[in-house]
Design a binder for this molecule. Structure first.
Ligand code: NCD
Length: 326
């Protein structure tokens, strides 16, 4: 890590908004309004500029993050660690809960109450929907959800929103198509909910058994979004400003025969991309397991690697904000 002497502190334009994040849990994107989102994306811009100029800052020097993962993770866990380290803070990484007291039968509330004795903020990924809300009820320190089962993945939703903003320069009135496992894909659940605030047209492209949950569809309709569903990517390829592709979530299927039947439903190829708009963003939360052909990676519209990088800036912004330092 580079030295951080003299790195400018992040300055917010809106002190009230900064106040509204301080000490707050991040458990669902439903808790944000447009001003919150503008604030966090602006802080992420500032984080990006700090990292690009000097690599790191000492904004969170002396603070400790507990990174508690009950499910596999590469990007989310390592980007939270990198985010905390680039802010000058320290991390307690707990990624193999099989080696922790969880195996001895410790409950989530007790594990959380233990970690908050040592840490100032806790990041939690858990297989059960609502686990982060439960954790937040027991914790006095901020809980940031890193994904709860098939529920939500709020920080991924934020980095996806930020990526759309940086790739296309706007969030207003876009046509966004989400493709793949929309039933189990928690990143889709969070992003669709965030986009409801920007008057988007959203098309959900999936096989019948992997459709977006009805409850989320209703939320979008009530918010005034145009909502469409189809099984065919061909129906959206020429009009979409964003195509957001997801993996079929094998680990959520009770019957693997059902998974096998739908796992290869979609593949974005260079031939398909040839029909897409010249200015659009092809996104994926990753990992991919065949939904986007590797030959698409060099297409300038393929935004998934930039999307990953944006995750670190958004997580830096969130950590600084909930600790009152943004
Ligand atoms: C996603 C997740 O865990 O929900 N991955 C991620 O955090 N970038 C998507 C997935 O696993 O398919």
């Amino acid at each position: 890590m580079r030295s951080v002497e003299g790195t400018p502190k992040v300055v917010s334009l809106n002190p009230d908004r900064r106040q509204s994040f301080y000490g707050r849990d991040i458990v669902s994107v439903k808790q944000f309004d447009r001003e919150d989102l503008a604030f966090i994306m602006q802080v992420a811009d500032e984080m990006r500029s700090i990292v690009r100029r000097v690599g790191a800052t000492d904004l969170l020097k002396g603070y400790v993050l507990a990174n508690l993962f009950y499910e596999p993770s590469t990007r989310t866990s390592s980007s939270f660690i990198a985010a905390m380290q680039r802010l000058g803070g320290a991390v307690i990484p707990i990624h193999g809960v099989q080696y922790s007291s969880v195996t001895k039968g410790e409950s989530l509330p007790d594990t959380i109450r233990t970690l908050e004795c040592y840490a100032d903020v806790i990041v939690l990924r858990h297989p059960e929907v609502g686990a982060s809300e439960v954790a937040a009820r027991y914790a006095s320190k901020p809980i940031i959800s890193a994904g709860d089962g098939v529920g939500e993945h709020p920080t991924q939703g934020l980095l996806d929103l930020y990526t759309i903003q940086t790739e296309l320069g706007t969030l207003e009135g876009l046509h966004v198509a989400m493709v793949g496992d929309l039933k189990h894909g928690r990143t889709v659940h969070s992003l669709a909910r965030l986009l409801r605030l920007y008057g988007t047209r959203q098309t959900f492209v999936s096989p019948d058994i992997l459709r977006l949950p009805e409850e989320i569809k209703q939320e979008l309709i009530e918010a005034g979004c145009v909502v469409e569903e189809t099984e065919r990517v061909e129906d959206v390829i020429e009009t979409a400003d964003v195509i957001y592709v997801t993996r079929v979530q094998k680990e959520r299927f009770a019957d693997l025969h059902v998974y096998e039947a739908v796992k290869d439903y979609y593949e974005i190829t260079p031939q398909l991309m040839a029909r897409a708009k010249p200015k659009m963003a092809l996104m994926h939360p990753l990992p991919r397991v065949g939904e986007i052909h590797y030959d698409v990676d060099d297409d300038p519209r393929a935004a998934y690697f930039r999307q990953m990088e944006n995750g670190m800036y958004i997580r830096m912004a969130l950590l600084a904000a909930v600790l009152g330092k943004a």
